[in-house]
Ligand binder design. Structure first.
Ligand code: WTA
Length: 657
């Protein structure tokens, strides 16, 4: 395990919420004591308080067939109704739900009443295209209101969305469409990114070119107005919406009705379709969104900068905030377009009070310097959040001092695509925070840190982070692959003493308990990288590299990177037959472009080293640990298990070329 929290032992700074802040927060310490007494009953209370049930549930948790949990099983609800209609019925129809800010500077807003009408119309459009409950709909859109409207419309009719990040390539899109057998794709002509128009529709056309997929129609939002190729299956969003009825009554669906599939990287093989269902997912997201951020729906303006293509965008742009009736900002573009103060300008413009973002963004701003945010009025901010990777104490302090006027609580929230919701975090109004620590499990969640034998490591020690009890927003499986679900998350501690009271969910992360028992995340212990807060698997990028005709073998590692957390670094062996054909420089260029095309620009290696051989054990396993040492410029570690102990010398000398 790579353990890199140098300042851990010296970190003695503590930041309690100010007395004024603590006095106005709705969260009370009772949350912890109530939850501890009986987590299931606690969650049942939350589900009843926070959501509208068309049919109330009588059963809370069924854990008789682990790891397949059922929450609130006999209850029925409509997720979109919970996020929309009920706020309008409660008299809050005029409250702004979304302030949309396009990258070119265009803006529009939707009240809850307006958003409800749009979603009702979109639901009718989907029904008109033959989409029915249980069908899968792929959503491949920029960060525009139509993305939120699409997701909610799919949910409203009991169908299942699979949002695919707009940065993914045609091939990635196709494999996800096939895995889920999607019947419809919702896309746009393009979007605005980094001051330019970036096309989306051509990737959909390429993905569906062979005409042999499950997709019957493609619904196309006009965002940029650029030329698009038009096929028989294509329908303009605006045409369909114009004639769609604004009347649609939300039907209720069982709490365990699938809500969405979201693909995420694993250590091996193809991306996994993580499956989430309705009632439990919405309960935990509404609860955490309210209590972690101390949300006041009447007065706060909340902004989560994540794209809807990732889990953070699902849980903390769409479902949590809208279930709570929050007002939020939705921004299409990148932080530096058209200028490096864009985010701070947006905060000033909308008087954002809660900001939720990723350490990679904070580190980028740190590099650019505090003079940029200091030009803007950020005094509306009262809570700051962080997610996606460990936040180093320096970045945490900068975030608090420069963005938070040295006053705002910071909540560092640990969770995953699989957990669906925040699991470990301070509560803004209650917790005394420590820079760099994710701190404590949220009420109702039970976490432990174990050694390989499943023994609790005790305060002051590091080990593997596990969740010891089922939780409402937990993944219900991997789409179409129950065996892989068990193997990946539940087998690690089977048969150990730690698992004697039930199976343990192993998250893949290392963590350390400090002397108070607070949790510090140490990063992934497997071969999954974390680039700008996005999980990428080494295996997937390696497969892409060796799929190219130039490449014989490839090994990919995540190397520490000041800005992106980790960066993709590849070591490739070129086929003998190809070695003389092109210069090293050309090969590197070709392979970088190839990965970007196959997987997406986010996976494009920062560095590619062409080497003669890869370091392997006698059983032929590539020793990525040694390559990581080399990529990070360290002395290479223990090489004794290598089949050829000299190979690392050759590699490091070849890296200098
Ligand atoms: C990492 C994103 C440290 C972790 C919500 C996890 C974090 C993976 C934190 C999940 C945090 C997320 N501190 N590490 N606050 N939040 N991670 O599925 O390694 O995209 O396993 O979900 O990100 O990434 P995912």
């Amino acid at each position: 395990m790579t353990v890199k929290i140098d300042t851990l032992l010296h970190e003695s700074r503590r930041f309690a919420p100010t007395p004024e802040f603590a006095a106005q927060t709705a969260a009370t310490p009772d949350l912890y004591t109530d939850a501890q007494k009986d987590p299931a009953t606690f969650w049942a209370d939350q589900a009843r308080n926070l959501l509208h049930w068309h049919k109330p549930f009588t059963k809370t948790l069924d854990w008789t067939n682990p790891p397949f949990a059922k929450w609130f099983e006999d209850g029925e609800l409509n997720v979109a109704y919970n996020c929309l209609d009920r706020h309008v019925l409660a008299g809050n129809g005029d409250r702004v739900a979304l302030y949309f800010e396009g990258e070119p500077g265009d803006s529009r807003s939707y009240t809850y009443a307006e958003l409800t009408t749009e979603v009702k119309k979109a639901a009718n459009v989907l029904l008109g295209l033959g989409v029915t409950a249980g069908d899968r709909v792929a959503v491949y859109l920029p960060m525009i209101p139509e993305a939120v409207i699409s997701m909610l419309a799919v949910a409203r009719i009991g169908a299942v969305h699979s949002v695919i990040f707009g940065g993914f390539s045609a091939e990635s899109l196709r494999s996800r469409i096939d895995d889920a057998n999607a019947v419809l794709v919702i896309t746009a002509d393009g979007g605005y990114r980094k001051g330019k128009i970036s096309a989306l529709k051509p990737a959909v056309d390429a993905a569906l070119q062979s005409n042999d997929s499950s997709v019957k129609n493609v619904l196309v939002v006009k965002r940029t107005g650029q030329d698009v190729q038009w096929n028989d299956r294509d329908v303009w969003w605006s045409d369909a919406m114009e004639t769609a009825s604004p009347e649609h009554e939300a039907e209720s669906f069982p709490a365990e009705n699938p809500l969405f599939i979201l693909y995420t990287s694993g250590t091996t093989g193809a991306p996994k379709g993580i499956l989430h269902t309705s009632g439990g997912y919405l309960t935990q997201n509404a609860f955490t969104h309210q209590n972690v951020f101390d949300l006041k729906p009447e007065t706060d303006v909340y902004w989560c900068t994540a794209d809807v293509g990732w889990i953070t965008g699902h849980s903390y742009v769409v479902y949590g905030p809208l279930a709570n009736g929050a007002t939020q900002v939705l921004y299409e573009g990148t932080p530096d377009s058209p200028h490096t103060g864009r985010w701070w300008e947006i905060i000033e413009k909308y008087k954002v009070s809660i900001l939720y973002t990723a350490p990679t963004a904070i580190r980028t701003f740190m590099k650019l310097g505090r003079q940029i945010p200091q030009k803007f009025d950020l005094s509306s901010l009262r809570v700051l959040g962080s997610v996606g990777e460990p936040i180093n104490p320096e970045a945490w302090m900068w975030y608090r001092e420069v963005i938070g006027s040295n006053l705002t609580p910071i909540v560092d929230t640990w969770w995953q695509t699989e957990t669906g919701s925040i699991m470990v975090s301070a509560l803004a109004g209650l917790t005394e925070t420590k820079p760099g620590a994710a701190q404590v499990p949220v009420p109702g969640i039970t976490i432990d840190v174990l050694d390989d034998d499943g023994q609790h490591v005790g305060h002051g020690n590091g080990g593997l982070l596990v969740v010891t009890q089922p939780w409402p927003a937990m993944l219900r499986g991997i789409w179409g692959d129950p065996e892989r679900f068990k193997e990946t998350y539940w087998d690690k501690f089977e048969g150990t003493t730690g698992a004697k009271d039930g199976p343990l969910y192993f998250a893949g992360d290392g963590a350390r308990l400090d002397h108070d028992g607070d949790i510090w995340l140490l990063g992934r212990v497997d071969d999954v990288m974390n680039v700008s807060g996005h999980r990428l698997s080494t295996a997937e990028i390696e497969s892409s590299l060796v799929a190219h005709s130039l490449t014989a073998e490839a090994a990919v590692v995540g190397a520490a990177d000041e800005t992106t957390g980790q960066a993709v670094v590849a070591f490739v062996v070129i086929k003998f037959s190809q070695a003389e054909i092109a210069s090293h420089e050309d090969i590197v260029g070709i392979l970088r472009a190839h990965v970007a095309q196959q997987i997406g620009a986010i996976a494009r290696p920062r560095d590619i080293y062409i080497v003669d051989e890869l370091p392997k054990t006698r059983s032929g396993k590539i020793m990525r640990r040694l390559l990581r040492d080399a990529a990070e410029g360290r002395d290479v570690g223990d090489v004794t298990t290598l089949a050829d102990t000299m190979v690392m010398n050759t590699i490091t000398s070849q890296m200098k070329k």
